[in-house]
Design a binder for this molecule. Structure first.
Ligand SMILES: O=C(O)CCC(=O)C(=O)O
Ligand SMILES: [Fe+2]
Length: 216
């Protein structure tokens, strides 16, 4: 099997099907960029990006922050959702309305009505940063989908199977694209290839990814 070449698929409003319950909504976030980017800057100022260590002692190449009721933390005891940011000792910044509304509307556009995320993880990739194949499986129930918003530099998203060894499709994600996976696809392995390519005109030499989850 050859992996699909989706690089030509840049039309806003188009969608790419990744599975029975998984979609990329091309350009879905573009109309909200004027509100999204200042909101992101506010979160970054309150809970700065940090490089987390995995329980195995490995430092992740993508830096992380969070907003919403729950955020993602890791330390030598393991990974977990936490209501406070261990770096500041304070609650995570609240989830801006423009974030939760975008997540709800993208989920609905992909067939998941009533999505109310309580956590938004924010990954920052500089050139060379990557995320290895993993499942998002620390959320309390898997009925809610994952909604993932790409900002800045384009990246290759790996969308694999339900086991780690399953073959992964390579799906380019561009500024403003929103990927949604739930239902039968909720536990698909996924990751990001090392970031490479041209800086983005608005965000410079980085990619930001927002992943919305119903964690608690
Ligand atoms: O950066 C991405 O597009 C994926 C991020 C991701 O899989 C995660 O944060 O769990
Ligand atoms: Fe993930």
């Amino acid at each position: 099997m050859t992996t699909p070449d989706l690089f030509g698929d840049l039309d806003p409003g188009r969608r790419t099907r990744l599975g029975p319950d998984a979609w990329v909504l091309r350009g879905f976030a573009l109309p909200r960029m004027d509100a999204l980017l200042p909101a992101l800057a506010g979160i970054e100022a309150a809970s700065p990006f940090r490089h987390m260590k995995t329980p195995g002692g490995y430092t992740m190449s993508a830096a992380l922050s969070s907003c919403g009721k729950l955020g993602w933390t890791s330390d030598p005891r393991g990974y977990r959702y936490s209501p406070t940011d261990p770096e500041t000792g304070l609650a995570w910044p609240p989830m801006p309305e423009v974030f939760s509304r975008l997540a709800r509307e993208a989920a609905a556009a992909a067939g998941f009505e009533g999505f109310e995320p309580d956590a938004c993880l924010i990954n920052r990739y500089l050139p060379g940063a990557r995320m290895s194949l993993h499942q998002d499986r620390n959320e309390r129930d898997f009925d809610a989908p994952i909604v993932s918003v790409s900002l800045g530099m384009s990246a290759i998203f790996l969308f694999g199977g339900l086991t780690r060894s399953g073959r992964a499709a390579r799906v380019p994600l561009h500024h403003g694209d929103v990927a949604v996976w739930g239902g039968a696809d909720r536990l698909r392995y996924h990751g990001i290839m090392p970031l490479d390519g041209q800086p983005h005109p608005l965000l410079g030499a980085r990619r930001i990814n927002l992943t919305f989850r119903k964690a608690g």
